[in-house]
Every structure is written in C-alpha cells, then in structure tokens.
Ligand binder design. Structure first.
Ligand code: ATP
Ligand code: MG
Length: 251
C-alpha cells in the first residue's frame, strides 16, 4: 500500500521533536528515512505504525487518513523484543488467530526463509543477536503485512550479519514487493536497499531532501555513482570534511 506523511509534527511537553515533515512511500517502494541521532526518525515511524497518535498532521494509507495500528503494517524494531519464556517458533506465532498447527506450519516456513531452520525450539537466551533479530523479522512477516516498517533493524548487528540480513530483505522484497520504510543512520544500508532516501536534519527534525536512487538491485558497493551520492549525503548532513569544497564548487 502507499503511505503519505503530510505535515507531521510531534511535540513532547511543548518541545518540538519533529517539525512539519512530509514524504510518501509508493506501493512497493523501499524508502529510507535517514538522519542523525535524535532528529525524530523513530518518532515518525511510530506515528506511521499507529503506536503514537499524539502527532499533528496527517498520515494516509492508500489515500485515506488513518490513526492506530493495522494488521497490514508489520513493524521491526531495533531490538528483537522477543518473549523470553517462549521458543523461537512460539514467538513467531504469538498472537496469531488460527489453529496452533496451522500457525506452526506458517512460522516454520518463515523461519526457514530467515535461515533459522533447526532453531525453532530454542529460547531467546540461546540465540545470538543476529538470530534473535531474524526471529523478530519472521514474527513481523507471519501476518503477511502489506507494508513493513523497520526501525534501524540491523544497527545492533556485526557487519557480516548486517550484510546478510540486508540481502535477505532484498530477497523478501523480490518475493512479494511489500512497501517498506526503513529507518537507518547507515548511509551504505540506505544506498544498497532503497529506491528513495528521505533525509531528515536538525533538532527538531525537518525534512532536508529526497534522494532518488534508480540503480538496479542488487547494487555493487563499488558503484561510483553511489559513492558520489554518499559523499553528497555526508556533505548535506555536515559530516564530510574532505569533499565539502569540491561539491560546493560543483553545485
Ligand atoms: N516519548 C517521548 N517523550 C519525550 N521526548 C521524546 C519521546 N520520544 C522521543 N522524544 C524526543 O524526540 C526527539 C527525537 O527522538 P527519536 O527517538 O525520534 O530520534 P531518532 O531520530 O530515532 O534518534 P536515534 O537515531 O538515536 O534512534 C528526541 O529529542 C527525543 O528526546
Ligand atoms: Mg530511533
């Protein structure tokens, strides 16, 4: 489904955390929300997920304004948030309607997709961070949500696991083309996964710019065009030192 965030602001006790942010995710698009810490990325994602209704502005799904959670929206948080007293498979099934047998079949199928075949009966404390996050991904997918909202899903993981799970996200997208909004502060992650990157800046966070990425996926990490875009993004976030002058001259 398509998601439209229009003029969304969020204040906490009179302090503005997000100021007048608007952007769209078209159906099947992978959109990155990129920005430095504290600029309001999670706040915006929670509003889209329906977990926070205290914002001003409008969030529309397929053109219809909405508030509140929906089964069509799957959320993957930065940390896995598994229930420690349930096994991997039961964590994935938790809260599902349907018979236990049916649910287990569904969950086991997804656990295979995320590379956890054979670990179904493990408890969360027996899992590595990457395995726990894979379980959380399977749990988000088990309701077959049309749209996935991911809040820095891989930021706690080592570089290798992160790359593997990023590839998994692309495979998932290939399998049914869900709309995805991925919060990240990892520019490489945004550049390898996203069709468009929405850059937020400042505190309160405001929309800075939209960067369209038309390169076919999977993308080479060595793509010179992407390297240039990365420098531009670093520059626009005030994080590039050596290329500031060069890009400023070209602009
Ligand atoms: N429930 C809350 N009550 C008060 N202030 C909040 C609340 N949630 C967020 N904020 C404030 O809103 C601002 C944005 O927070 P948010 O968590 O959205 O940032 P973020 O971009 O996700 O940062 P990070 O990359 O570190 O996760 C921060 O200044 C934060 O202190
Ligand atoms: Mg956050």
């Amino acid at each position: 489904m398509s998601i439209e965030v229009s003029n969304v602001s969020r204040r906490f006790k009179g302090e503005t955390a997000v100021n007048n942010v608007s952007f769209q995710a078209e159906k099947g698009e992978i959109v990155g929300l990129l920005g430095t810490s504290g600029c309001g990325k999670s706040t915006i994602l929670r509003a889209i997920a329906g977990l926070d209704n205290g914002y001003e502005g409008t969030i529309s799904v397929n053109g219809n304004p909405k508030r509140g959670t929906s089964k069509e929206l799957g959320v993957i948080f930065q940390e896995p948030r598994l229930m420690p007293w349930l096994t991997v498979v039961d964590n994935v099934c938790f809260g599902l309607a349907g018979t236990k047998a049916e649910n287990q079949i569904k969950a086991k199928k997804l656990l295979k997709v995320v590379g956890l075949e054979g670990f179904e009966n493990y408890y969360p404390k027996q899992l590595s961070g990457g395995m726990a996050q894979r379980t959380a991904i399977a749990r988000a997918l088990v309701t077959e949500p049309d749209t996935l909202l991911l809040d820095e899903p891989f930021s706690a993981l080592d570089a290798f696991t992160k790359l593997q799970l990023q590839d998994m996200v692309l495979d998932l997208w290939d399998s049914y083309q869900p709309t995805m909004i991925i919060v990240t502060h990892d520019i490489d992650e945004a550049l390898s996964l996203c069709d468009r990157v929405v850059i937020l800046k400042g505190q309160p966070g405001e929309l800075y710019k939209n960067v369209q990425l038309n390169q076919p996926k999977p993308r080479s990490k060595a793509d010179p065009e992407l390297a240039k875009i990365k420098e531009e993004i670093l520059y626009s976030l005030g994080l590039s030192r050596n290329t500031n002058e060069k890009i400023a001259k070209e602009a």
